[in-house]
Design a protein around this ligand. Structure first.
Ligand code: FES
Length: 193
């Protein structure tokens, strides 16, 4: 025989449990959508490349004309709107303003004359020396050299060098592939900070 009191009590207990769990929910809540935040953080953390890839140049490249290799090829790329001024790099010097400086290559034991529209690396190569390099765009340190006379930027102008910090430049380090002489000096090639 069933005890009616027990049945009523069981029903009440069951209802209480059902009601309680319905009110309380599962406690699960969806995580907030942080995808945008993550994308923004990545966008600020990843430096923009300044390699002269066609796509990068098309959107401005961040470095402006500095991303265009020294010499600018034959200047018929047609990327600049007519009338727009192409940013001149330190190697874009009119013929009548070209000067030469005496650069002493200490490891090679020779002093050569280098024009102010020519990089130290090019000048050394033209002289027949096998100097180190990789990118030739100021974006690695393969071509680094050490100017022994003082802060490198007192003696050369860099065309968009990306790698050396202020203190290293002050110590005399230079990236020879993008360094144009502005005075005479002595340099040890193949010396990175
Ligand atoms: S060769 Fe890469 S910075 Fe000069």
């Amino acid at each position: 025989m069933y005890d009616p009191l027990a049945i009523v009590l069981a029903a009440i207990a069951t209802l209480t449990v059902v009601l309680f769990s319905a009110l309380k929910g599962t406690g699960w809540e969806p995580n907030p959508d942080i995808s945008e935040e993550v994308m923004e953080r990545r966008a600020t953390a990843v430096p923009e490349t300044e390699f002269p890839e066609p796509g990068n140049r098309a959107i401005g490249g961040g470095g402006g004309g500095g991303a265009i290799p020294a010499g600018g090829g034959d200047g018929e790329g047609g990327e600049l709107a007519e009338g727009a001024e192409e940013a001149a790099g330190p190697g874009d010097i009119p013929e009548d303003e070209i000067e030469h400086f005496e650069i002493e290559f200490l490891k090679q034991g020779e002093t050569i004359e280098v024009a102010n529209n020519e990089t130290i690396l090019e000048a050394g190569e033209e002289n027949g020396w096998d100097l180190p390099y990789a990118c030739r765009q100021g974006q690695c340190v393969s071509c680094a050299g050490h100017i022994t006379d003082g802060p490198s930027e007192d003696f050369v102008e860099h065309d968009n060098q990306q790698m050396l910090e202020e203190a290293e430049l002050d110590d005399g380090y230079t990236l020879t592939c993008v360094a144009y002489p502005r005075d005479s000096f002595s340099i040890e090639t193949g010396e990175a900070p």
